[in-house]
Design a protein around this ligand. Structure first.
Ligand code: B12
Ligand code: SF4
Length: 500
């Protein structure tokens, strides 16, 4: 069967700092190819809608699969599916990914028949099964499949994460993928899932709070095949299991694979396993993202982050000593007043780190979705991008955005614009000489993308697709079991991590 897989357009954040390959979709593509399908992949973070419609004509796909990791992309995907059904009424349209999994039935109803089914959970196993079962009937009896006729049993976790490596050969214009100075940049997965249970996060609920490891040799083999000199590690929390991080490092050293890496981890993991990060620093670890989330104890407790402010600050010291550049995320609460923003601005100016500020946003699949969603001031999917306030703000909304953008501009002053160009002149020239323009362009994009008035006006756009609230009886803290997409029954070698 001819299959076209599509990743939607970038959201605000990705318009500046980074653009990364659609790794999940590449893995689904490889699984479908192995099953004998002819697959093409189109990434709308790089290409335009007109390229999509061109492919519809020239490739004439019989099945089209959209990736919906991000809630804010829902309206775009529904509109594309509707247009597709008008142009190619017999094409089978399906959707998968993180957000789609949590809102499957609502999505199908809102698409009014333009989407034939949602595939919940990991797509590698279920996508080939669905295409094999076409034209149906009975799709809804397959694990992880949801149609308007019903839903199959819960999807099971993949037994082997090393089987379908991403079909990177299907992504075009790969030089457009980058993160900051790591330009161009590929992505790779070492582990999947997260054993913590932060109240605002759905990474753990998607995988049933399991944590699985890839075989170090398979990771090394994959990295050996990656052409890009830079690599973004997509794991939610890198190096929870020190022996795994060290085993991958050893496999890379043996093969003399040298790249520059960006990864994300928790402050307590960094403190506990400093030797792993030190070894990776020697291997090329350059940037690290630490989800600090809040500067004070009360915020950390509310998010159930299970770390203390003192651990966070000690971790920053460790990262500085190791010579790793750190990016930090702080969550701005809609209840913040001017002095809260002021505090973050002052702190951000004192520390050398790159400080990002995102807005606390309850997402389907999180605990806060159930406890907070009754307070939502908007249900417009497009505003659920952690850059808009979807809960009531204590400051007038316009002023909230002014403070938010003013605070984010500190980041701009420190790390973008002329100041950054002066500091990175050598790097920038080197990149330009190699024809890589993503990083240098990034330095000038801030005020085009972040704009208080524009963010405020976004609340008054015409809304065609709205998030649905959970049923009344669920407006209280749900059991984890209720939130899970995958059931937490990991296969033997993929047991939950020992986090202590
Ligand atoms: C890497 C990552 C990114 C990368 C994106 C890379 C990319 N182009 O997709 C970067 C750093 C750019 C990023 C940015 C953001 N991210 Co992000 N990101 C992740 C992260 C950590 C891992 C995703 C990943 O690559 N996993 C590995 C691959 C192999 O898995 P996968 O993509 O999930 O795909 C599997 C399944 O989902 C499914 N699948 C996926 N697509 C499809 C399609 C079909 C047809 C089928 C059948 C199946 C299928 O099968 C795949 C294989 O098993 C997730 C957390 C998580 N654990 O999922 C958050 C997450 C997805 N991000 C999140 C957020 C909020 C953001 C931002 C909005 C944050 C911000 N600060 O502004 C931005 C928006 C970016 C944008 N779209 O423009 C939220 C999503 C919230 C939501 N419900 O919308 C998550 C869940 C994090 C969280 N803890 O809340 N992100
Ligand atoms: S925020 Fe990080 S540590 Fe917490 S559950 Fe999500 S991925 Fe895990």
């Amino acid at each position: 069967m001819r299959v076209l897989l599509v990743h939607p357009s970038p959201l605000m954040y990705a318009e500046i700092y980074l653009r990364l390959e659609p790794l999940g979709l590449e893995r689904v593509a490889q699984a479908l190819r192995r099953a004998g399908h002819q697959v093409r992949l189109l990434d709308l973070q790089i290409f335009r809608h007109r390229d999509y419609f061109h492919l519809l004509r020239v490739f004439a796909p019989q099945a089209i699969g959209f990736s919906l990791n991000y809630l804010a992309n829902v309206p775009e995907v529904i509109e594309l599916a509707k247009a597709t059904k008008r142009l190619s009424p017999t094409a089978f349209c399906f959707v998968g990914g993180h957000s789609a999994s949590f809102i499957a039935t609502d999505l199908l109803e809102q698409a009014q028949g333009a989407l034939d089914c949602v595939l919940q959970g990991e797509g590698e196993a279920v996508a080939p099964q669905v295409l094999d079962a076409l034209p149906g009937p009975g799709l809804e009896t397959l694990p992880g499949v949801v149609t308007l006729a019903g839903r199959g049993p819960r999807p099971s976790l993949l037994q082997d994460l090393d089987r379908d490596l991403p079909a990177r050969d299907l992504t075009r214009k790969r030089r457009k993928y980058f993160i900051g100075r790591l330009d161009p940049c590929a992505s790779v997965e070492f582990t999947r899932g997260c054993p913590w249970d932060c109240a605002f996060c759905s990474a753990w609920t998607f995988y049933g709070r399991t944590y699985r490891l890839r075989a170090p040799e398979a990771v090394a083999e994959e990295l050996a095949q990656i052409a890009e000199p830079h690599v973004f590690v997509v794991d939610d929390v890198a190096f929870i299991r020190p022996e795994h991080g060290l085993a991958i490092a050893q496999a890379l050293e043996k093969r003399r694979i040298r790249k520059r890496y960006y990864l994300e981890t928790r402050c307590d993991v960094l403190l506990r396993h400093q030797e792993v990060f030190a070894r990776w620093k020697r291997l090329g670890l350059q940037y690290m993202f630490l989800g600090v989330e809040a500067l004070e104890e009360e915020g950390l407790r509310r998010y159930r982050k299970r770390v203390t402010p003192s651990e966070n600050f000690r971790a920053l010291d460790v990262a500085r000593r190791l010579g790793i550049t750190v990016a930090i995320n702080i969550i701005a609460d809609p209840g913040w007043e001017v002095h809260h923003f002021q505090l973050v601005r002052e702190w951000a100016l004192q520390v050398p780190e790159i400080v990002h500020l995102t807005v606390n946003t309850p997402y389907p699949g999180t605990e806060t979705w159930y406890t907070e969603s009754r307070r939502l001031t908007t249900r417009d999917y497009r505003l659920f991008d952690v850059q808009h306030a979807v809960l009531p703000t204590r400051l007038p909304l316009r002023q909230f955005y002014e403070e938010l953008v003013k605070t984010q501009a500190v980041l701009h002053r420190k790390h973008l614009g002329w100041a950054a160009l002066r500091k990175t002149l050598g790097v920038s020239l080197g990149l330009l000489l190699r024809g890589q323009t993503n990083f240098v362009r990034m330095l000038w994009k801030f005020s085009r993308v972040y704009h208080a008035e524009r963010q405020y006006r976004d609340h008054f756009q015409e809304v065609r697709y709205c998030l649905r609230l959970p049923p009344g009886s669920l407006l209280e803290k749900p059991s984890p079991e209720h939130l899970y997409i995958h059931h937490p029954s990991p296969p033997p070698r993929e047991k939950e991590a020992d986090t202590r």
